[in-house]
Design a protein around this ligand. Structure first.
Ligand SMILES: [Mg+2]
Length: 269
């Protein structure tokens, strides 16, 4: 595969110098859509928190625990799930400005999510406009399918949908897979020298983002969330953020040449 092959790497289409990868739930949004659904129309917060703790302590895989949470939602149509989320989940108030700046600055945004594609696309289209989302964002995530062959419409039938994973990893969606397409040689897996590929930014907040952490040039981790603890424990350098205003300042300063990646990395969190 040559470096001009964009079929498998759409973010290279505009020949960018920088690519911004980001988690969705709790990073671009203020709340986690999957937590919200589990707590309100699934088996509830108590079992969800127990499931998360089991994953954190290594008793279960994220893959099994998260599937169980989504499977606990049995009577709500997928359409109603999206409507519930549209009414209750909020976008980071600084994201729209970052989204607009990134488009002008030729910094493609790629969302890497453990959530379900129609939820992510539905919410982002609601906030940013359907056409802008289709044209300016790539979404790589888990998805949904009909729960059983008898389901007529997976969006409208009550409980007619189920989560389907992106890959076979214990994460369900191993976020490093997509990033490696840009950071490594596809033939032998060796790391591509920094001056022969785009600079890779990543923003996240949780456990699922750890699979991405080692593949990035600059990692933004949300203050007070699990990812900060993980980065500290695993010695992954990171820059803390509270919202996309913080991220914008750093990324724009680097892209516009007011500071360097090395200088930001040396300051750390
Ligand atoms: Mg998250």
């Amino acid at each position: 595969m040559g470096s001009t092959d964009v079929a498998d790497r759409p973010a290279l289409a505009s020949n960018p110098k920088y690519i911004f990868f980001t988690d969705f739930d709790g990073t671009i949004t203020l709340q986690d859509t999957n937590d919200y659904m589990t707590d309100h129309i699934g088996f509830g917060a108590e079992l969800r928190k127990k499931g998360n703790a089991d994953v954190l302590h290594g008793h279960r895989t994220f893959r099994d625990s998260f599937k169980e949470m989504m499977d606990s939602i049995r009577t709500t149509s997928f359409e109603d799930c999206i409507a519930l989320l549209k009414a209750n989940i909020k976008l980071d108030s600084h994201f729209q400005a970052f989204f607009d700046w990134a488009d002008k600055a030729n910094v493609p945004i790629v969302i890497l999510s453990g959530g379900m594609e129609p939820v992510i696309r539905g919410l982002l289209s609601n906030w940013l406009g359907e056409e802008a989302v289709r044209r300016r964002l790539q979404i790589v995530s888990n998805n949904v399918e009909a729960r059983e062959p008898g389901v007529k419409d997976l969006y409208k039938d009550a409980g007619g949908w189920q989560l389907v994973y992106h890959d076979d990893s214990p994460f369900g969606h191993d976020k490093s897979i997509e990033i490696r397409k840009y950071s490594r040689n596809s033939a032998d897996g060796s790391v591509t020298p920094a001056n022969e590929r785009p600079v890779i930014f990543y923003a996240g907040d949780g456990v699922s983002d750890l699979s991405a952490a080692r593949e990035t040039d600059l990692m933004f981790a949300k203050a007070g969330k699990d990812l900060v603890q993980y980065c500290k424990r695993e010695n992954v350098p990171f820059t803390e953020f509270d919202d996309f205003g913080d991220i914008s300042r750093v990324v724009e300063d680097i892209v516009d040449g007011r500071t360097t990646l090395e200088s930001v990395l040396s300051k750390g969190a």
